[in-house]
Design a binder for this molecule. Structure first.
Ligand code: CP3
Length: 356
């Protein structure tokens, strides 16, 4: 295994160590806005097959790195691989989004769920990680990820995406013990999954809690955060003498930054609604912060986008501990040239934040 990473800005920033300029990567940096991604997906036939074919998953992971001066690669996969491996039957249709053939709606269905063995049912993900790591040859770190138990539970109970989370919330309110038992299984599955990714070669892990922000404050602290904390506590935090940093991202979690920062993670991802400067004051020295440009600013003029980058960098201010990202993923209609402008602007404009 390669044990040195040439560009280690991301790892340093996540550990709040000094860097020459602010590292940048983007959620959904591999995706439909790239013509080469659309071509590879067409070659695979559909999204799920793309995820399940390690050579193609490796190819799309590397595509944005060939174009842009990114400081990290993120494994190309999906958070819904775990429920799929639990037997729910995942499909994804353009315009409809993800669907499960066999949603989980009652106590009996929850009790019947097994914890997937990451090297068996999810072996294709580990194979992709090993391939990507070999291809990267230590150029930049590789980020692995999973969904938060709460976010996975919403898809599993609803049978797909949702706006009101009627069924997931009904289960949570009417049968909290059943919901806890589902979340408990998911946190065990996610911990094993991330540890297998670490063993296969990822350098950083991130937990995506896309739907934590739809919970009330007490419900977030009962049904989402504790299960992410359990994942963090169960992680293999070191490999080859190097720490594997863990990032937690709750979209809409700005109100709860202090409790997220106290969960044992190394960094907290924040969305664009949250002010980065006050976030930094609130978490103090405890964690690094990742974020938080409005993803829709990629549709603004080049000048406005560059100003937006400058504003995010200024909001964080001087010193280490910032990883530049969007507040959520790149959307499909974005002009790839705008992504180049963003990445280059981060490196250029941030050098002055790191003079000592
Ligand atoms: O960030 C990256 O570049 C890595 C790849 C990645 C994907 N999904 C690829 C993908 C990651 C990290 C995810 C995580 C994911 N998946 C989340 C959490 C982050 C977030 O975006 O909030 C969630 C909620 C999912 C579930 C999911 N997968 C949805 C809701 C959708 C459909 C919506 C959409 O954007 O199309 C997907 C499909 C998906 N996952 C696509 C990609 C590139 C688009 C599939 C396609 O049509 O090619």
């Amino acid at each position: 295994m390669v044990s040195t990473i040439k560009n280690d800005r991301l790892l340093k920033a996540l550990m709040r160590q000094p860097v020459d300029c602010t590292p940048v990567w983007l959620m959904r940096q591999a995706g439909r806005y790239l013509p080469e991604y659309r071509a590879t997906r067409a070659q695979a036939g559909d999204f799920v097959t793309l995820c399940r074919t390690p050579e193609l998953a490796c190819e799309v992971t590397l595509q944005p790195l060939r174009r842009y001066d990114l400081d990290a690669a993120i494994l190309f996969s999906d958070i819904l691989t775990i429920p799929d491996a639990m037997g729910l039957g995942l499909s994804l249709d353009e315009g409809i989004g993800p669907r499960f053939e066999r949603p989980v709606r009652d106590v009996a269905a929850i009790e019947a769920l097994g914890i997937p063995d990451p090297e068996l049912e999810l072996g294709y993900v580990m194979e992709a990680v090993r391939l990507i790591r070999r291809e990267l040859a230590g150029a930049v770190p590789l980020i692995g990820f999973c969904g938060s138990p709460w976010t996975l539970a919403t898809y599993m109970v609803e049978g797909g995406g949702s706006r009101e989370f009627r069924l997931a919330k009904k289960l949570m309110y009417d049968e909290p013990r059943a919901m806890h038992s589902l979340l408990d299984k998911l946190s065990r599955a996610a911990t094993a999954y991330l540890n297998a990714q670490i063993a296969a070669g990822v350098d950083v892990v991130m937990v995506f809690d896309t739907w934590g922000g739809v919970l009330s404050t007490p419900d977030y602290h009962e049904f989402s955060l504790p299960y992410m904390r359990r994942i963090v506590e169960g992680l293999q935090r070191e490999r080859e003498g190097r720490r594997i940093p863990a990032i937690l991202f709750t979209k809409g979690g700005g109100l709860w930054l202090e409790s997220i920062a106290a969960s044992g993670c190394d960094a907290v991802g924040i969305d664009w609604v949250c002010d980065l400067g006050s976030a930094r004051e609130r978490v103090g020295q405890r964690v690094a912060l990742q974020g938080n440009l409005d993803p829709e600013m990629l549709y603004a003029s080049p000048q406005r986008l560059r100003q937006g980058v400058a504003d995010v960098l200024a909001a964080y201010g001087e010193g280490p501990g910032h990883v530049f990202n969007l507040g959520h993923g790149v959307t499909p209609q974005v002009d790839p040239e705008q992504v180049r402008l963003l990445v280059d602007a981060v490196h250029e404009l941030s050098a002055s934040c790191h003079r000592r």
